[in-house]
Design a protein around this ligand. Sequence first.
Ligand code: COD
Ligand code: ZN
Length: 374
Amino acid sequence: MATAGKVIRCRAAVAWAPGKSLSVEEVEVAPPKAGEVRIKIVATGICHSDDYVLKGSLPNVEFPVILGHEGAGIVESIGEGVTSVKPGDKVIPLCIPQCGECSFCRNPESNFCQKYHFSEPQNLLPDKTSRFSCKGKQIHHFLWVSTFAEYTVVPEYAVAKIDAAAPLDKVCLFSCGFSTGYGAAINTAKVKPGSTCAVFGLGGVGLSVVMGCKAAGASRIIAVDINKDKFAKAQQLGATDCINPRDFKKPIQEVLTEMTGQGVDFSFEVIGHADTMIAALASCNLSTGVCVMVGVTDSKISIDPMLLLTGRTWKGTLLGGWKPREGIPKLVSSYLEKKFESDLLITHTLPFAKVNEGFELLRAGKSIRTVLLF
Ligand code: COD
Ligand code: ZN
């Protein structure tokens, strides 16, 4: 492409400081270095985790930064040595890389590549420099993906090549929200046919858990949220019961235990609050129940060890357990075969310039997913 090897000037939403709105600016995006890929982002979703980071709650994120981690685009140019993608390919940038070499990548049971930011900050690219600048200042990358930019640069091992037929304005959700929730049910919990599930939190990620439970053959899916406006969509996607904890005097774990006799077989916390994490754990069968934590909180949790002593399993999940470079393209193929209806998660589509409006819709509980188009 004519831009290969050159700095590209384009729009990006810069988060200059925690707690401030994003500012749509002209930024410079340097060409990819060896082992890197420059991607023209076509569409990006807004995930609650972007808002969580914007508040300054996630460690290892440095400001100013370009956020966004739910994007899809087209390869514009590649750095030296890149072999798995070429200009023109449709791709999804991955917030969890898959280097293919570390012990976790070589373990079929794990999707936690050791190049993920808990081990090595992803504020800068692996050579410890940024490809972004604005008004003479270096801007940080976010989880290496930074999809709130018209062009972004990502290491090759954090890029998944997807089917050329994939609609980018729909499959951008596979970069995080849909894959995380759907995989939490299928891969992490391994929901069994005929089982009973409870899903706490019906945002884009929680509703994807509902879809995963349904696909796995659960016979009862109890959706839990304090916003009753989320119930219609949950039912459309497979929830059999919808309950609002505020409608009950007793704790929701007691309500769920009474509804099911022994507690649910599988529970999922998809909110990111300490109290609902404990409620989700206590809601599952005390002997054989499995509780999966999808949400994150910066507060500490204290639990009664008896909750686990009786046999419950408490698990966490990142990106739904998919090994990203292999799993995400397979999910895109399943989407093209119409195996699930992830499009129903998209409630709003806005031009990129309205990124802050998209965040307001999320905070007000009015959207499930807003997709921004460049
Ligand atoms: N009880 C029941 N429901 C509640 C409560 C409560 N006390 N509080 C809030 N809710 C509901 C809200 O009404 C809303 O419907 C839902 O919980 C949350 O939905 P969203 O749309 O705000 O959030 P999502 O689905 O985009 O994201 C949820 C996460 C759990 C992923 C996110 O908040 C989080 O914890 N992110 C950090 C963890 C992470 O990185 N996960 C990987 C995905 S990026
Ligand atoms: Zn996310």
